[in-house]
Structures are given as structure tokens and as C-alpha cells.
Write a protein that binds this ligand. Sequence first.
Ligand SMILES: Nc1nc2c(ncn2[C@@H]2O[C@H](COP(=O)(O)OP(=O)(O)OP(=O)(O)O)[C@@H](O)[C@H]2O)c(=O)[nH]1
Ligand SMILES: [Mg+2]
Length: 463
Amino acid sequence: MTNLTDTIVAISTPPGEGAIGIIRLSGTDAIAIAAKIFAGKDLSTQAANTLHFGKIMDGSTVVDEVVVSLFKGPKSYTGEDIAEISCHGSDYVLQQVLNLCMAGGARIAKPGEFTLRAFMHGKMDLAQAEAVADLIASHSATAHRAAIHTLRGGFSEDLKQMREQLIQFSALIELELDFSQEDVEFADRTKFYDLIARLTLATQQLADSFRLGNVIKNGVSVAIIGRPNAGKSTLLNALLNEERAIVSDIAGTTRDTIEETLNINGILFRLIDTAGIREHSVDVIELQGIERSVEAMNKADVVVYLFDLVESRKHKDISDEVFHKRDEFEKAGIKYVLVGNKVDEAGEAHAKEAFMSVREKVFFISAKSKESIGSLKQALYNLVAEGRVKQEGTIVTNARHYGALTEVLKSLLDIKTGLDNNIPGDLISLDIRRCLYYLGEITGEVTTEDKLDYIFSKFCIGK
Ligand SMILES: Nc1nc2c(ncn2[C@@H]2O[C@H](COP(=O)(O)OP(=O)(O)OP(=O)(O)O)[C@@H](O)[C@H]2O)c(=O)[nH]1
Ligand SMILES: [Mg+2]
């Protein structure tokens, strides 16, 4: 797969009509292939980093009027010669130009192959390359910030420093081994303890950031759960500020789960409106809906448990159920918010009195008149961010990196245990190597073709 000698080509813009569509060529013959199908200046004699207006020709037929950008290796995205042909954004035109490039000797690029080449030519490390895919997929300010930080080498710099310090130490320990007859210690054990403690802390912080990183990358799923008619769909609409779901006073209006995204302070939330849960339903479709509600609740990162204050004023079993749910969520370690709805009709006095005992965890709102929707949004945000969304620093968003960091932590612990037990230098040295291996795996200093294949296959074509 890591054949770097041929020239690759792909359509780099998304399918569909647009003002501009771009064909990208990279490799030794990129510019020669573009020159062959281009009517205008001779592209093969032009300087790097220049733009050229002209026509793409299929024999004597004009395919399109285009602008070609030229970049020359090693100063290009891939580190190779690149020609980018900016056409009019028609699928037909782009396909024709692509065919001409292939007829000229280019091969269709695999997903992520441009970025793979950038990695292979040392333009970026693996963590940075992966951040390119994350950047393209980012839908919120925080996801974007995390990806840009890693892309610009922030994470790699953290790792590089850790590696360098460990390498210095392991060199000293290995030196001791050369003098093993003489019982000398070049590596100061107290300093080594300090180093291992510092590295453990730094790695732990990076690994911990993954919980938030995962949320940032994939969004937070929030299931809105409750009895029929509690106002779940009205709440979804109020949160979205749009009449998305059907609302009616008929119990059992929502039959299937409805999912919509909402950005709160730069974090993406996936709101899921569900069918109202009630016992003793005999309606087959409703039962299926209820099954899906329970499934959504079990899978969600956060549960909004909505109840009807008007009903709770009439029937005590509603508040009993709320307390019971609260206990259930606490016991299962589920993140939740209890929300009493229809405070406009039920009155604040009843709400406060009946739910005194859960007051830190309960919100009283009116989904219909949008009362206190802002504070509910803030509560959802707080529940996830818990002050951990910092402006600075690395947030690990990639499961592969998290896996490697976990291994780094394990080997650091082994090193510490080894020091505690005064084990011989050659054994400590082995643990240090293992630690270095996993640190290097993140940035791609240590890797295999299979791994690269897997990582880059998840990219889009043309990147
Ligand atoms: N007074 C008042 N009525 C509300 C409020 N929120 C919702 N309702 C009414 O309650 C009824 C049920 O609302 P829905 O949003 O359809 O309730 P739901 O929980 O989605 O119900 P199902 O889909 O059947 O489970 C409708 O008549 C709404 O207008 C509120 O804040 N105040
Ligand atoms: Mg509904």
C-alpha cells in the first residue's frame, strides 16, 4: 500500500453541484499529467505556488475553463508535486477531468492517501494526520479547537517531551549495564522517581481528557424520557426553537424516537425525543415505541426525566415515581436531570413543595411558554463540561490514542514497581522500552502497514 512512486488523483470536493469542484493530483508526474490536458501556458515549465487560467481539453473538445494551482515537493501538503485543477462544480465535468487524468497515467487515490503521503514524507506525524480527519468532521467549536490543537502539533509536542526525558534516562541505565561488574549508578534513582511521577501525572491527564474528548467528537446523547403527555415533544421543540415534533394532548402521540442536534456553548448535543412510557399498553405499535424509549434511555449519555406538574398535583404517585427514578439513576450512575413541566399551569408553589427533597436535581419549566429553557440548557452543558472545557491544552479525542496512553500508564506503573523493588537495570530498561514504544505508536514513530491501512481507510477520498 505504501507505494509512493505513482501519481494519484481524486475529486477533493464533495459530490453534488457547487460553484467550484477540485481535482487533486499528487506525485512525480502530477504536473506533467495536468500539462498534457491543459490548453494555456506550458504547466511543466511554471514556478511552484502559481495559478494558471486555461482550458481542459479532451482532444479538440473543451471540457471546462479552469484554474490550475501548482505546488512542488517537498513544499506541498503531501511533500510531492501537486496540481489542483479548480473546475466548475459539476459532477459530469469533474468525472470527465478525472478520466482524463487517469488516461494520462494517474491512479485513483485511496481514502486518506494524500494525507498518508504527507505522513510518509514526514510532513506531519500520525496524530496530526488523524487530526485532519477530525477537523473535517468537526461540527462544533470545541471539536474544532481540539482538532486544530492536535493538527498544529500540540499533542505531538507533549508526547515528544515525554519521550525525550525517558530516552535520556534509559541511556543512563543502559550505560550502567555496560559497567555491570563495577556496581556504579549513573542514573540517579531519586530523580528517576520524580520523572516517572511527573510522566504518570501528565499521561493520566491526557487519558482523562478522553472522556470529554469523546463527547466533543461524537456529541452528547440526551434522551428525553417520561410518561405520555408529559410534554417531551414540546420540550424538544422548545430546546431546538423549532416545531420539529408533533405535539398533541392525545397520550401516545410520539411513536418512534426522534433525534435532532443542538449546539450548546460549542458542545454538540444529540437530543432524542421518545415515546411516552406507560404500563399496561395494549397497542402493539406503542409497545414497540416504548421498547425503543427504554433502549434510548439505556444508551444515552444523559437522561432528561420529564414529568407533568399538573398531574403530580392531582396524583401523588407521580412524585413517588420521580423519587424512585432518581434513586434508580443514582444507583446506576446515570447522568440525569429531573424536569417538572407545565409550571405555568401547576404553579411554582406546588412544584417547590412537592419536590423539596430533590431540589438540587430538579428544574421547573414550561416547555410550552419556554420558561426556564435557558437554565435547563445551561444545566445540560454543566453536566458534561464540569469545568473541564479549557481553552488551552490537549484534549484526546481519538480512541486509538487513548488505548496507547492506557498502555503507557501501565508501563510507567511497572517501572515504578520495579524501582520500588530494586529490580536490576536491564529489567527496568525493558519497561522503559515498552513505554517508549506506546508513546511512539501515537505519533507513528512505531507503526506497521496494517495499522496505517486501517487508520487511513477511515478518511474521505481526496484528502
Ligand atoms: N400548560 C402546559 N401545557 C403543556 C406544556 N408542555 C406541553 N403541554 C401540553 O401537553 C400536551 C402533551 O404534549 P406533548 O409534547 O405532545 O407530550 P409528549 O410527552 O411528547 O407526549 P407523548 O408523545 O404522547 O408521549 C400538549 O397538549 C401540550 O400542548 C407546558 O409547559 N404547559
Ligand atoms: Mg411526544
